[in-house]
Design a binder for this molecule. Structure first.
Ligand code: ATP
Ligand code: SF4
Ligand code: MG
Length: 322
């Protein structure tokens, strides 16, 4: 059996005494498309940043992450610079903050290419123009010399995708890559991103609030709640029969995924904050199914072909979206 491309075990991020995330454990196979969903503040971005060695100052990573069988460094910035962009790349939510305003988009691609490959400036320039063309930027020769502020939001996000994919990374982490864009542009950019990734054989960790979009594009879905993974399932299995009440709640709150006849229902209550987590199951204060069995923190345990962090997953039956 080939080992997974990425294997994350017991990963957590601490900021001083506060655990922002804990016990994050999952694998991504080569070329696989995995979605990571959950409400705002649950720790999706922090998890992505930890996998790129880009944690905020003062934050500390716990646990392990293996890429292609090798440990991803905990700190070593020089080692991370060799990995970032070449092995693992990221597309962020806000292209304007991710692009450097003082360099043209072309120069930024050239820089990325030359930091990982021995290439003449001229060869890198040719590849950069080709990359701009691949991401659907019209007149790529001219756009090579454009500064980020001279491009529309959609074009900036395309430029960012060009930078992220120019070194053909094995894994791309895309963190809400289209939320800052017009709805009409969003679908085009996502199609482009998934299409290019597939052609390159790049695996994807796609971070989003939108279970509907993730279900369309990813073959497996990780559900995160209050700093933990609560469910890890193949998309179809999750939509058919979620095993964690929170995943079911997310489905029932989505117009496109809610079971027919049921009314749209937002999940009542609020997400607990890091530093003030419930003692047992973190979802218990919002869960219709809680009993005394939920007073101890449940592990992420196998649940018929997928995994769920629910003490009662064997007893309760949750309806899915299909
Ligand atoms: N730089 C930081 N300094 C301190 N706390 C942070 C920092 N970044 C994130 N956090 C905290 O870590 C937790 C997880 O945040 P994170 O940004 O990963 O959430 P998220 O799931 O990506 O949310 P969203 O959907 O809103 O992007 C939150 O409680 C947040 O307040
Ligand atoms: S462990 Fe209990 S409270 Fe937590 S999700 Fe399962 S049933 Fe609900
Ligand atoms: Mg985020």
């Amino acid at each position: 059996m080939t080992p997974p491309l990425l294997s994350v075990a017991g990963l957590g991020v601490r900021l001083g005494p506060v655990a922002l995330t804990r016990d994050i454990t999952f694998d991504i196979a080569s070329g696989e498309r995995v979605g990571l969903i959950g409400e705002s503040g649950c720790g999706k971005s922090i998890t992505g940043l930890a996998l790129l060695g880009l944690l905020p100052s003062g934050a500390r990573r716990e646990g392990r992450a293996l890429f292609d069988g090798r440990d991803l460094p905990a700190r070593d910035e020089a080692a991370w610079r060799r990995i970032r962009g070449r092995d693992i790349a990221m597309v962020f939510q806000e292209p304007m903050t991710a692009l450097d305003p003082v360099f043209t988009v072309g120069e930024q691609i050239v820089e990325t290419l030359r930091s990982h490959q021995r290439l003449s400036r001229r060869a890198a320039r040719e590849q950069a123009v080709e990359m701009l063309d691949k991401v659907g930027i019209p007149a790529p020769m001219q756009r090579f010399s454009a500064y980020p502020h001279e491009l529309s939001g959609g074009m900036r996000q395309r430029a960012l995708i060009a930078i992220a994919l120019c070194c053909a990374p094995r894994l791309l982490i895309a963190d809400e890559p289209t939320t800052a864009l017009d709805v009409t542009v969003q679908a085009q950019i996502l199609d482009l991103l998934f299409d290019l990734a597939e052609r390159n054989g790049t695996a994807l960790l796609f971070i989003s609030h939108d279970l509907g979009v993730v279900a369309d594009l990813c073959t497996r879905i990780l559900t995160m709640y209050a700093g933990e993974i609560v469910e890890d399932a193949p998309t179809e299995a999750l939509l058919r029969r979620p095993r964690h009440p929170y995943s079911a709640g997310l489905m029932h709150a989505m117009p496109r995924l809610a079971p027919r006849k049921s009314r749209l229902a937002a999940i009542p209550g609020r997400v607990p904050q890091p530093g003030a987590m419930p003692q047992g199951c973190r979802f218990a204060p919002r869960c219709d199914f809680r009993t005394t069995a939920c007073a101890l923190p449940p592990p992420l345990a196998p649940a018929r072909g997928h995994k769920a962090r629910c003490a009662r997953q064997g007893e309760i039956v949750l309806s899915g979206a299909i």
